[in-house]
Design a protein around this ligand. Sequence first.
Ligand code: ADP
Length: 529
Amino acid sequence: MKKDKTVHKIGLILLLIILLPALAYTVYEFTSLNRNEKLISEIYDQQLETILFSVNQYSWDVTNSWVSRISLLYEEGGGHPDRQACRTFLESQPAIGALVFSPGDSRTPEVLISSHTDLKQDSLLYLLRRALGKKQALVPKLDRYKKAGYRKIQPVLLNDSGDPGRELFTLLFVLNEQADSTRPFIAGMILNPGTFIREVLWPKFGDLAAGRFNIATFYNDIPYPPPAFGPETARKITQRHALWLFPRYFLGIRLASGTIEDIARERFHINLIFIGILDVVLLFAGWVLYRSIRREVQLARMKSDFVSNVSHELRTPLSLIRMFAETLEMGRLRTEEKKKQYYHIISQETERLTRLVNNILNFSRMEAGRKQYHFEINNLNRVVEEVLDIYSFHLQNEGFEFSLDLDKTLTGISMDSEAVSEALINLLDNSIKYSQTEKFIAVRTGMRDGRAFLEVEDHGIGIPPREREHIFDKFYRISNGLVHNTRGSGLGLTLVRHIMDAHHGNIELQSTEGKGSRFRLLFNPGRWN
Ligand code: ADP
């Protein structure tokens, strides 16, 4: 009872030390995982936004640099841009289809068409006039911006065909004033947004994406120009921003390896698995620890029992010997028979003492790994007969009915005869100790499946099934009423098992509670030394 309490207490402490922190950690991880994933998701979103922003910024920078070049060409030509220089500029910028220069009210704008495009001068002029005719206020507005020190670039849609491949924009801006001009002089770069995206933005996408992102442009909802990674992937892009330069065009971005949610979920699952494994390992470790502590506690208890058992076992025969020897010494005994009886008791108790001391000595040798076995070929029957020569008298004296059945066909086997005798004596000793009213002991030898065996059977108290695996453990004694009254060290069967292990043999036990037990020692043929 006391032992159980201690062990349960230890179990509870282990549970508190190992399991609770593990559980607390798991719960904490669960909650913080969600938080972390959200944070990561936000950071990623921001990063993607920044990339989209920088793409927009880049397209803005490129057009601004073009405007600066064109302005320079215009100024260098003294208000009349050098056609040749302009053509050279157009050749270097395949994204621009044509350039147009025009005084604000001029009916004859100057148009320069790039060799990279199949635009026609007449149709361009028509489109320009029509678009600007609709936006009368546009040129004065751009001029006002210019005068305020800021050159605005205004995209103007020239044809609304609904087909992004044919759509044309002009990026209008006001040039620096010339001394002789009264009207603002405006210029425009005519281009198709798809061409602009392919020629200018796509090379930039390559740098920004670095294999980690999918960046695509959309015309309304259609991926346009069609991206290299295919429309399926483009459709999965959820993060979008309008392209500043061209209305109805959008920039989109996503992680190449899936959505942020996918990554977060995958990480969450992996973490979950790891935490699960960790918990299982901790639980297992706790359980192993608990078991080994329980075993240690039991062992410690059995050791202390052993000390008290052994002292008792030593004291009882010693006091008996002393008492009977003293009585003999005083010469108080009249009859020879009485004397003989006393001498017999003394020699019996001496024998018991010797056996106990032998067991303890053998056990300590065994524990220290110093127990030596001397194998030689011998017949099991002979060993049994030798033991019983000495022991049968003792059995009769204890009032036992004794049966001996030796298989005469047995041949010699390799064994340590002394150790086997010791095993047999221990078994006989137990049979005597653990028999109550029905005093019967049988010793048999025989062969089974080519193996010689020796067995000891009694009609004693028997061994409960749950105790059968423990009785061979060191110091182990069954703690029921009868055993408490029976002297013993808990070492007898431990020695028997050790001896049988040394012979590479095994022990079979058959027992019925209240009916008796049969211990069978099975030997293997072969030499063990
Ligand atoms: P000990 O007899 O000194 O207690 P053993 O190691 O010889 O130690 O035996 C261990 C336990 O096994 C004993 O305490 C006893 O409860 C049980 N036992 C051994 N042999 C028998 C038997 N023949 N009949 C009933 N119980 C037995």
